[in-house]
Ligand binder design. Sequence first.
Ligand code: FES
Length: 223
Amino acid sequence: MSPALAFLGLSILGTWGLASIAMIAGGIILIFFPGNQETASDPTIAGIILLVVGLISGGLMQITVAPLLGLDPPIRIKAKNNIPHSRMKRWESVGPLEAFPDGTPKEVRVRSRRVAIVRQGEEAFAFSALCSHARLPLAGFPASPVKPLPVRDDCITCPFHGARFELASGKVVREPFTSEWNNDHPFLGRVQEKLLFFNKKAEDMQTFPVRVEDGEIIVGLPR
Ligand code: FES
């Protein structure tokens, strides 16, 4: 995706998202703080309508606009569909170790599959490139403010909503939208948490077996 398209997409999503939040907030205010009942005409009904429209608008934004921009719908990737390493027998080179930054994920395409490679010194790990929480790229969007985050305590962190996964196994060790994440990332945390009200959990990530041979990273894929 080009940086200009990514910027346009993020702007549309942001504006639409903020409008949805404004409607939801307006609806809540009208329902719980209706003001002077003699002058206002049915503020509770107006509040309910605003709230419902806001929620539908937020849901539509996620489901309709995202695919048009080349993003996958923000639906969880189920761990029960993860393929075991024993079935990954097609080994493909993804390039030399030095082509990957030490300690941050970098996305590559291997035979049309999106894979995030995380190099740790002379070792390397491979994940599905899309986070199991809402199918956003673990390595962020190129040329956007959402950059890949460094490995910490042998875990990778999704730069969108802060889910964390064990490097060696792909297991979830922190769910998205923790208070720690939300405090540090108001838009990607608190605001997105309201928009993604239907999906707040991550699942264990699909990982791929990796070998390093003669300085080359080789990833095992399903046949
Ligand atoms: S997409 Fe990764 S935590 Fe939400």
